[in-house]
Design a protein. Structure first.
Lengths: 110, 114
C-alpha cells in the first residue's frame, strides 16, 4: 500500500516555481522519501530523494519537514517539458521495492 | 549500455498465446524490477531480482506470469496463455543493489492482447 498522499492535480505557469506537496505521516525513522516523475508514454524518471535533510540537485529541491511527516518537491523554474505525473514514494532502508501511488498530475501552462 | 533497454517496444498478441518480454539492465546493476502499468493507472510492482534470485515475487498476478534472470544481467518476463486483462505497459528498472540510488526505468513494452 502506498504510504503517501498527494493532490490529484496542480497547475503552474511556465517560469514560476512548482511546489508539489506530499504527506507521509506514518513514515518511520529509516524510511526515505523518493520523487519520480512520468512524462506521457515514458518510463518513470528519478528526480531526487532524502531522509532528513533538505536536498538539491540539478533538477529540483526536496524540502522535508522537521517531523518528517511531509515534504515538498520544488521545481524552481517550471517549463512546459515538466508537465508530467509526479510520484512521492516512501521506501524503507531494508525494503527493496518502490510502491507507487497515484501521484500528482502537474500541468505547466504558457 | 547507457540505460535500461526493453524489447520489444510494442507487442500485439492473440488471446491464449504466450509472450516473452526482455529487459537489459544497466551494466553492473545487481537489482532488477518488473512493474506493470495499465492504461491510465499507476505502476503495480510485479517482481524483484537481486542477482539471479527473486526474493520478492509477491506482485505476480497469477501463475501464468513468471520471470527469470541469468548472469546477473538480462531478465525475461513470460506471460502464458495471455488474456485481454494482461494488456498494459510492462516496465523494467534496475539499480545498484544495496545503495540508495534511484531506480532507472526503461521505456517499457506495450503489450496488447486481442
Amino acid at each position: 500500500d502506498a504510504k503517501t498522499t498527494q493532490p490529484t492535480s496542480m497547475d503552474c505557469a511556465e517560469g514560476r516555481a512548482a511546489n508539489l506537496p506530499c504527506n507521509h505521516s506514518t513514515i518511520s525513522g529509516n524510511e526515505y522519501v523518493y520523487w519520480y516523475r512520468q512524462i506521457h508514454s515514458q518510463g518513470p524518471q528519478y528526480i531526487i530523494h532524502g531522509l532528513k535533510n533538505n536536498e538539491t540537485n540539478e533538477m529540483a529541491s526536496l524540502i522535508i519537514t522537521e517531523d518528517r511527516k511531509s515534504s515538498t518537491l520544488i521545481l524552481p523554474h517550471a517549463t512546459l517539458r515538466d508537465t508530467a505525473v509526479y510520484y512521492c514514494i516512501v521506501r524503507g532502508y531494508n525494503t527493496d521495492k518502490l510502491i507507487f501511488g497515484t501521484g500528482t498530475r502537474l500541468q505547466v501552462f504558457p | 549500455g547507457a540505460g535500461v533497454s526493453q524489447s520489444p517496444s510494442n507487442k500485439v498478441t492473440e488471446k491464449g498465446k504466450d509472450v516473452e518480454l526482455r529487459c537489459d539492465p544497466i551494466s553492473g546493476h545487481t537489482a532488477l524490477y518488473w512493474y506493470r502499468q495499465r492504461l491510465g493507472q499507476g505502476l503495480e510492482f510485479l517482481i524483484y531480482f537481486q542477482g539471479n534470485s527473486a526474493p520478492d515475487k509477491s506482485g505476480l498476478p497469477s501463475d501464468r506470469f513468471s520471470a527469470e534472470r541469468t548472469g546477473e544481467s538480462v531478465s525475461t518476463l513470460t506471460i502464458q496463455r495471455t488474456q485481454q486483462e494482461d494488456s498494459a505497459v510492462y516496465l523494467c528498472a534496475s539499480r545498484l543493489g544495496g545503495s540508495n540510488y534511484g531506480y532507472t526505468f526503461g521505456s517499457g513494452t506495450r503489450l496488447t492482447v486481442v
